[in-house]
Design a protein around this ligand. Structure first.
Ligand code: COA
Length: 397
């Protein structure tokens, strides 16, 4: 079955989308040199060049607020009645990180605010919840933020895939960027490929198992997508994958091509996905935000010719949940892009030395937290000032 492009009178989808990242960058060239690893393993083998790192006074909340502020500055708050915060590196076991963002942005109190969790998947989970809310009440808008700091143990296989970023976007009727089509394929199965117990700053991961689990989930979600009326593979013009490291997208697309009976040449597949990989290669893994960074990379790199094109989007969250869905690019999308701000966010990062990078890493175990202040480092609009009486303190700068 080949689903037609969604021509519903009131399409729903992403109206405006942007990201923020950490104050610092750390070059994988430095990590490779210090660890005696051929840098080709990072640059070519996993497809990563730089990782963003948050300053001591930044975290998932400050990055999310910075990204969301750009959406609010452009669109205002009219119609926003829901704020969904997707993350797998939450800062509290009870209070939603979204409530801090709500406060920092001065959003109206008549907003429901929730944090959502399922490893790297929950950003797309939040998008689907948002689509449902808007479908029921088309005059409403939903602000979604997906923000994460990806942390693995020092000297571990996952270390070069760390990173940090927040994506923020507005979901509404008659969107200006991506009209999401109704068909969606979902897939859940219980696998212990990546997880982070409450007493750890860093994730535990079985790297090889996580790659296999991701590939299984791609096939499973795609099959469910087809069974629910999704577009044929050949009718999808571009593919955006969750990118824990950019080479993973190539592996995933090769697996999907083979799954639908097509040949899968590695170099051709990498070239096909190239325009989706710029931000993730230069930022590192941003967990829930990663697939949206892939979308932004695509939109901004191919800013001439995407109108009407159908994009397939695949989200994978270890543990594991995956979803595959499509959307079509809306005429005039170029006017809503934030390419200049994104370039500035990447180019203005302050590079870290190896020692400074190690000093910023929080270590493995979560220690008892007593009151502390953070140094003033970030030049973002919001900062994390420290902990007082077990409460996290955030400030507008
Ligand atoms: N030049 C070019 N490529 C090189 C190389 C070199 N000098 N040295 C190694 N490579 C290639 C390998 O051939 C391999 O490519 P392939 O996957 O196409 O076979 C790739 O680099 C990675 O090498 P590998 O030895 O498998 O790396 P690793 O054992 O350090 O593990 C991960 C890689 C991704 C498993 C590890 O970084 C990890 O655990 N990451 C976190 C979990 C994750 O992101 N999972 C993804 C699904 S969610």
């Amino acid at each position: 079955m080949n689903a037609p492009v969604n021509t519903a009178v009131n399409p729903i989808g992403i109206h405006d989308i942007t990201f923020a990242t950490g104050h610092h960058s750390f070059a994988l060239e430095t990590l490779a040199a210090k660890h005696g690893i051929d840098v080709g393993k990072f640059h070519k083998g996993i497809g990563q060049e730089v990782m963003s790192q948050p300053a001591a006074d930044e975290d998932i909340v400050t990055m999310a607020a910075t990204a969301a502020k750009r959406i609010i500055d452009r669109n205002g708050t009219d119609g926003i009645r829901t704020l969904l915060f997707a993350t797998e590196s939450g800062v509290d076991q009870s209070k939603s990180a979204g409530v801090y963002v709500h406060g920092l942005l001065g959003l109206p109190s008549r907003v429901r605010t929730i944090e959502m969790k399922q490893a790297c998947y929950s950003g797309v989970g939040a998008l689907q919840v948002a689509l449902g809310i808007v479908a029921r009440n088309p005059q409403e808008k939903v602000l979604v933020v997906a923000s994460d700091v990806a942390r693995y143990d020092l000297n571990s296989g996952g270390e070069p895939t760390q990173g940090a970023a927040a994506a923020a976007f507005l979901v509404q009727a008659n969107p200006g960027i991506l009209a999401v089509e109704p068909a969606s394929g979902v897939y859940t199965y219980d696998v212990q490929d990546f997880w982070r117990p409450n007493d750890r700053h860093t994730a535990l991961v079985d790297g090889k198992l996580s790659i296999d689990a991701y590939l299984n989930a791609v096939r499973g979600a795609y099959d469910d997508f087809i069974d629910h009326g999704g577009a044929d593979f050949a009718a999808i013009d571009r593919f955006c994958y969750h990118q824990p490291f950019t080479k993973m997208a190539v592996k995933a697309h090769m697996a999907l091509r083979e799954h639908v009976g097509l040949s899968a040449d590695k170099a051709e597949t990498a070239a096909e996905l190239e325009t989706t990989m710029h931000y993730n290669r230069m930022i590192g893994n941003s967990y829930t935000a990663s697939v949206f960074l892939a979308l932004m990379s695509l939109l901004e790199t191919e800013s001439d010719n995407l109108v009407g094109k159908r994009v397939g989007i695949l989200s994978y969250g270890s543990g594991a949940v995956a979803e595959f869905f499509t959307g079509t690019i809306v005429d005039g999308y170029q006017k809503l892009l934030h390419a200049d701000e994104h370039k500035k966010a990447l180019d203005s990062r302050e590079p870290l030395t190896y020692d400074a990078y190690r000093d910023l890493h929080p270590g493995t175990r979560v220690a008892d937290i007593t009151d502390y202040d953070t140094p003033e480092v970030t030049d973002a609009p919001f900062r994390f000032a420290g902990v007082k009486d077990h409460s996290r303190i955030y400030q507008r700068r």
